[in-house]
Design a protein around this ligand. Structure first.
Ligand code: RB5
Length: 152
């Protein structure tokens, strides 16, 4: 299934957001890439505004996933997780990136431009694109429990 992905960052994550946007646009596994901002290093839009805007698009079904960057990858994840239905993670290692989808069915991956090298980000995102949650897996009931809590 080709993915629709929305990218976003604050000014601290702008460089990686632009790099990865270009890569996603050229990837055959991706059918659509949108950009929630920011527009440059001089754009001072706060990370929560970008992250929640992108996450709302995913929650609404307009996009399958979001890829968000800030300085640490932490703030954008915290903000995105405030949007109902969103499971956002910060992950900078292979196992966590894999499990974010396979165990947690997370739709939002967050990374920090001040934390991880660009080549590692590219390699991890390449893996991320190939991952698919299995609703028949033993993880499904656990994700359902998160959703139930959110509904209560
Ligand atoms: C800079 O505002 C920095 O705090 C931000 O990019 C992010 O790391 C927050 O979590």
């Amino acid at each position: 299934m080709a993915l629709k992905i929305i990218v976003g960052s604050d000014n601290a994550g702008y460089g990686y957001k632009e790099e990865l946007k270009t890569i996603l646009e050229a990837d055959p596994r991706v059918e659509l890439v949108a950009d929630a901002g920011v527009t440059g290093r001089e754009d001072g839009t706060f990370y929560p505004n970008v992250a929640t805007a992108a996450a709302e698009q995913v929650a609404a079904g307009s996009f399958d996933r979001a890829l968000l960057f800030c300085g640490t990858g932490l703030g954008v994840a915290i903000a995105a997780n405030k949007v109902k239905g969103i499971r956002a993670v910060t992950a900078h290692d292979l196992y966590s990136v894999q499990r974010s989808v396979l165990s947690n069915n997370a739709q939002v991956l967050c990374m920090g431009e001040r934390v991880i090298g660009l080549e590692s980000v590219k390699a991890l995102v390449d893996v991320w694109l190939g991952l698919e949650f299995d609703p028949a897996s033993s993880s499904a009931a656990k994700v359902d429990a998160i959703c139930s809590y959110e509904e209560d």
